[in-house]
Ligand binder design. Structure first.
Ligand code: MG
Length: 382
């Protein structure tokens, strides 16, 4: 199979969140992601989503750096080139780092590739699950009472697991309150690397260890695998790494050091679906369970995450809630919906399996740019 992309359009889209979201690193009230629309010579349309946070707090990338890398490097390298697989497509335009920008364009290549195969993306990736267990990730709240209200809302909605964001000063007490109010729920916490590697931090995690948590995610700085390994031996609760797992090499190092017992796989952080699948395969061979993390994706990225999470090593509930938790109306149809704590993997048609509603994109677009393998002829609009 030979695929040649003749046209790529980038859309910088900003949508308000239905509820402000706060973590140990920052607070956000809207999401601005870049959508990639790639059209090939046969007329297939592939979509990708760059899920970088607006500003460089979670990682060094931002919407602006992603726009620059996509526009100046990744889009020009792909236009007009012929490739057979998404990994071959990405080899055409390698730049050092910038995984969120890479992931966006790679996702559009996977969408095209799966359509050429005539398969849903999940099948093209080797996924088997028909549905994925949905977990919900809840931000830092103004008070413990407010947190308990939000947890109750999502437990009533049937979510299979609740994850609480924690930060120094918002750690043991809110978690203890949630655990005593909801003694039976699957509960885990995420520190987003917000703690210093000190004795007092270790004490916080030892007290959290007594709460019967599913896992404790990313306590320390992403580069400090040794600190995570030292903490893991003191705890019964498995540590999970997120920000630290930037590549298959980082995953190997983390497992060799026994710095975690669970891995959070994010398509964006790993630079695309192919690398995310590689980390999944490696963890599965190593008997380390994984789950799929999210970056508050719109429907395009959310559908791709669902396809990935249908692979057999995804053994814990993933951050794949229904779109309505985040947005009044998502950009795609059918909207992604959680029902009794499960989300169906899109398989109704080849590719990512959802349609982007252009009127909704246009209603929220901040800027767009179009790029052609050859300049459009007079009278040609796209
Ligand atoms: Mg995380």
């Amino acid at each position: 199979m030979n695929i040649t992309i003749k046209e790529i359009t980038l859309f910088h889209v900003a949508m308000p969140l239905v509820r402000e979201f706060e973590t140990s690193s920052h607070k956000k009230s809207f999401i601005e992601h870049i959508l990639v629309r790639a059209v090939d010579r046969e007329g297939f349309v592939g979509w990708g989503e760059c899920a970088s946070p607006s500003d460089p707090y979670f990682c060094y990338e931002s919407t602006e750096t992603c726009w620059l890398i996509l526009e100046n490097y990744l889009v020009p390298s792909l236009l007009g080139a012929t490739w057979e697989t998404p990994s071959a497509a990405m080899a055409l335009g390698h730049v050092n780092g910038h995984p969120f920008a890479h992931a966006a364009i790679e996702m559009s290549c996977w969408d095209l590739y799966a359509q050429h195969l005539g398969q849903p993306l999940a099948d093209a990736l080797g996924g088997t699950a028909r549905e994925v267990d949905a977990g919900v990730s809840l931000g830092i709240e103004a008070s413990i009472d407010a947190l308990l209200d939000v947890v109750a809302l999502h437990v009533d909605d049937g979510y299979r697991r609740v994850k609480l964001k924690i930060a120094p000063g918002w750690d043991v007490e809110p978690c203890r309150a949630v655990r005593s109010t909801f003694p039976d729920i699957a509960l885990q916490v995420d520190a987003n690397a917000g703690f210093e590697n000190t004795d007092s931090s270790t004490n916080v995690f030892e007290r959290l260890d007594a709460l019967g948590l599913l896992m404790i995610e990313q306590p320390f700085h992403q580069d400090d695998l040794v600190a995570h390994a030292a903490l893991q031996v003191r705890l019964d609760t498995p540590l999970c790494l997120d920000e630290s797992i930037t590549s298959i090499e980082a995953a190997r190092t983390a497992l060799v050091l026994e710095a975690c017992r669970v891995v959070n796989i994010k398509v964006s952080r790993l630079g695309g679906l192919g690398h995310a699948r590689d980390v999944h395969d490696f963890c599965r061979e190593s008997n380390v369970p994984v789950w799929c993390g999210g970056m508050h994706e719109f429907g395009v990225g959310r559908a791709a995450n669902l396809a990935l999470a249908s692979l057999p090593g995804f053994l814990f509930p993933s951050d794949l809630s229904g779109s309505k938790k985040y947005f009044a109306q998502d950009l795609v149809t059918p909207e992604i919906v959680a029902h009794e704590g499960r989300v169906v993997v899109p398989r109704l048609k080849p590719g990512i399996g959802v349609d982007v509603v252009m009127e909704r994109v246009e209603a929220h677009v901040v800027r767009m740019s179009q790029h052609y393998a050859e300049p459009p002829r007079r009278g040609e609009t796209q």
